[in-house]
Design a protein around this ligand. Structure first.
Ligand code: SAM
Ligand code: SF4
Length: 484
């Protein structure tokens, strides 16, 4: 099989040469602008797209108007994703026409989950699009782009036989530095759980995990370039089961134990987790590993067992509460966040009240909440729908309860000392922005040279989305930090 892949790549390489005329065409300096929609996995993918195009002569630009290639990295999780994509293409098409008028070629590529789901339909509906590449194929971008430059309209959405991560170019040191001291690393992709509302198993494919040592090598590279915090990401990150060097299967806990030994990495996080995969081993890692931050995003979706069953979540409200109790026993100060869907088909007022009660019972530090959005091809799209006005009203009520809980959580920090990873300059001169272990944003006056360090700060004021702090002196730096 490997031989077949190799042969087809040679053929493709020749096609690249034939279609673009010369190799220098593909290596001439050009600019790429990648616009990300949706989740952190898309942000990671967008960075890797830019990394993979760098050896082909593409440097990143934040300005689409000066780009030779604009990539729209799409998300399909909720409604209007397709509408949003076409209106974005409309905006970029104007820039493309301006570039053409100046005698410059601009290519438009659509990547990610909408590309995966819509495929060729995109090039039919939007003639300005030159290239459509699915979420598992973007390692092929240099070849696909060269073919598009040769005048071909390219669509590549087949799930590939080769491993995308093996084929991707490693990021250059300057690229890592430009992205800051906190980085995402994909360790797991895809999903086999098939919640009845969700499109991910169809757009991202079956669940796969990367080997431990490949991830460790990527994290070592990030650490050597100045990254201090790594968030391990995956659609179901805690279903991680990558291989150790000896072929044994690793858990997410084992992976984090390995990564916490890497010099320079002072903070580890992971997201997004599924309650069913919250193993004892992972809960124990929260007690054991100082680098693992006391924070967990654990989507529950609903507080009603009837709705959880209809969603095919395969956990109950009691299961969820039991996991939270075990997590809190392991790490008393852990901050918990979640995702909720309101107005899932068949959700009654009583079901919804169980969701409201669950938020208060747990006391989430924050949460995302969404109106149920029927996704074509998923089972729940064919169930009897809740009225849109009712959904909007429930969302408003749920968000009010979430905000109340978030304020209560943050209020506990007034006058306390916490450790903040200082990440980047703030809006005011002399100000830095950082994160607490509990993922709260903190603004503090501090010298720029402190970016990348973990500093003790005193929380002086609680804003609605930000905490304000003063830097603690060297003497107070020795004080033990407090928990939530
Ligand atoms: N794998 C994670 C889990 O099982 O909890 C969630 C991943 S999904 C990309 C992120 C969130 O989008 C979900 O937790 C859910 O709340 C929301 N979501 C997914 N499909 C949705 C839909 N059809 N309508 C509304 N929200 C949806
Ligand atoms: Fe979607 Fe998460 Fe359910 Fe998988 S587990 S189907 S990604 S909501």
């Amino acid at each position: 099989m490997a031989g077949q892949i190799g042969a087809s790549r040679v053929k493709l390489r020749n096609e690249v040469l034939n279609s673009s005329g010369t190799l220098s065409e593909t290596t001439r300096p050009r600019k790429v602008h990648v616009k990300s929609f949706g989740c952190q996995m898309n942000v990671y993918d967008s960075n890797r797209m830019a990394d993979t195009l760098a050896p082909a002569g593409y440097s990143e630009t934040a300005d689409p108007a000066e780009a030779d290639l604009v990539i729209l990295n799409t998300c399909h999780i909720r409604e209007k994703a397709v509408d949003k994509l076409y209106s974005e293409i409309g905006r970029i098409r104007v820039l493309k026409e301006e570039a053409t008028a100046q005698g410059r070629d601009m290519l438009i590529a659509v990547a990610g989950c909408v590309a995966q789901a819509e495929g060729e339909e995109i090039t039919r509906r939007a003639r300005a699009v030159d290239l459509v590449v699915g979420s598992q194929n973007y390692h092929r971008l240099p070849e696909l782009v060269a073919r598009a430059r040769g005048g071909e309209r390219v669509v590549d959405t087949e799930f590939p036989l080769e491993d995308k991560f093996e084929m991707l170019a490693a990021p250059a040191r300057e690229a890592i530095r430009s992205r800051g001291v906190s980085a995402f690393v994909t360790v797991q992709e895809g999903c086999d759980k098939f919640c009845t509302f969700c499109v991910v198993p169809y757009t991202r494919g079956a669940e796969v995990s990367r080997p431990v040592e490949k991830i460790a090598a990527e994290v070592e590279r990030l650490a050597a370039a100045g990254v201090r915090e790594v968030t391990l990401i995956g659609q179901n990150v805690n279903a991680y089961h990558g291989e150790h060097k000896n072929g044994d299967q690793a858990t997410l806990g084992a992976l984090m134990r390995r990564l916490s030994d890497i010099p320079g990495i002072v903070r580890l996080r992971y997201t997004t987790s599924h309650p069913r995969d919250m193993s004892e081993d992972l809960i124990a890692a929260h007690a054991e590993l100082p680098a693992l931050m006391p924070y967990l995003h654990l989507p529950v979706q609903s507080g009603s067992d009837r709705i959880l069953a209809a969603m095919n979540r395969r956990h109950t409200r009691a299961d969820y509460l039991d996991i939270i109790a075990r997590l809190r026993a392991a790490r008393g100060d852990i901050a918990l966040t979640s995702d909720f869907i309101v107005g899932f088909p068949g959700e009654t007022e009583d079901d919804f009240r169980e969701t409201l009660a669950l938020v208060d019972e747990i006391g989430f530090a924050s949460a995302f909440s969404f109106m149920y959005s029927p996704r074509p091809g998923t089972p729940a799209a064919d169930m009897e729908q809740v009225d849109d006005a009712e959904k909007a009203e429930r969302l408003r009520r749920l968000q009010a309860v979430i905000v109340r809980n978030q304020r209560a959580f943050n209020a506990r920090f007034a006058g306390r000392q916490v450790e903040v990873l200082l990440e980047k300059p703030g809006r005011l001169p002399g100000q830095l922005v950082g994160k607490t272990p509990y993922l709260q944003t903190v603004q503090v006056m501090a010298p720029r040279a402190m970016i990348g360090t973990v500093a003790p700060v005193l929380i002086t004021e609680i804003g609605s989305n930000t905490l304000f702090a003063t830097l603690e002196s060297a003497a107070t730096a020795a004080l033990a930090t407090v928990g939530a």
